[in-house]
Write a protein that binds this ligand. Structure first.
Ligand SMILES: NC(=O)c1ccc[n+]([C@@H]2O[C@H](COP(=O)([O-])OP(=O)(O)OC[C@H]3O[C@@H](n4cnc5c(N)ncnc54)[C@H](OP(=O)(O)O)[C@@H]3O)[C@@H](O)[C@H]2O)c1
Length: 214
């Protein structure tokens, strides 16, 4: 399965790309600069001992797969959505972004209810938006010494797309769960300020969440 990661040179995108490439998936790292994408893909290939990753400019990368992960900072999101909108119709777009605000650190949802719902509104009904991986630490994914642990709450309206992402979470050692529709994305996106605060208080970099009784 070809998985495209827009912003795959960054922490979370790189970490997901590394883990998926290690699990045998074909990864296309996207960047504003093709050279940066190629460099990140080269590092993934070196770390995994495979040739499973390649790098392209974002707009070329999104043409290469049916699953497109949007792994850019919240401030870059609007412009990136406009760039990819005509290129991702009919595809699955995985929104991992979180609208964080600072001083004090907090979650501030857009008027659509969450970033994922706004992404769906901007890209239109022709795109299957899935919200995922908000509570999964990039520091854990990127570090080959760390075992991947934790639960991934996956949300979306397209059952097939959601199940694909649950499988992709399982493939890298997480436990993927169906957490319902995008209406729940606000709840899960909103956990991040708490997790960042706990990482500071407990002097950790990779706190995640785990469900019980399931
Ligand atoms: N870090 C985590 O542990 C974590 C966990 C869960 C969710 N998230 C969410 O995942 C998203 C990515 O987080 P991150 O920590 O990986 O971010 P990041 O490393 O700061 O940025 C990711 C990539 O986005 C691209 N980018 C930066 N500014 C851009 C702009 N103005 N326009 C287009 N692309 C731009 C950059 O790639 P190029 O310069 O190569 O284009 C950068 O490498 C965020 O929304 C974050 O809230 C992060």
């Amino acid at each position: 399965m070809n998985i495209v990661i827009v912003g795959g040179t960054g922490d979370l995108g790189f970490g997901l790309g590394y883990r998926w490439a290690k699990a045998g998936h074909q990864i296309v790292i996207g960047s504003r600069q093709k050279e940066r994408a190629m460099e990140a893909a080269g590092r993934i290939n070196e770390m995994t001992g495979t040739q499973n990753a390649k790098g392209l400019a974002n707009e070329d990368a999104v043409l290469e797969g049916d699953i497109v992960v949007l792994a850019v900072p919240d401030a870059a999101r609007a412009a990136v959505l406009e760039l990819i909108k005509p290129l991702v119709q009919g595809k699955t777009v995985v929104d991992v972004t979180i609208p964080l605000r600072f001083n004090p650190l907090r979650y501030e949802a857009p008027e659509e209810g969450s970033n994922a719902q706004q992404t769906q509104a901007v890209l239109g009904e022709g795109v299957k938006v899935v919200a995922a991986f908000h509570t999964v630490s990039a520091a854990m994914l990127e570090n080959p010494e760390k075992e991947v642990k934790g639960d991934a709450l996956i949300m979306g309206s397209d059952e097939e797309a959601k199940n694909t992402l649950i499988g992709l979470a399982d493939d890298i050692g997480l436990r993927g769960f169906d957490a319902g529709s995008l209406l729940n994305a606000r709840t899960v996106e909103g956990l991040t300020p708490m997790i960042i605060g706990m990482n500071k208080r407990y002097k950790r970099g990779h706190i995640g969440i785990a469900l019980t009784g399931i």
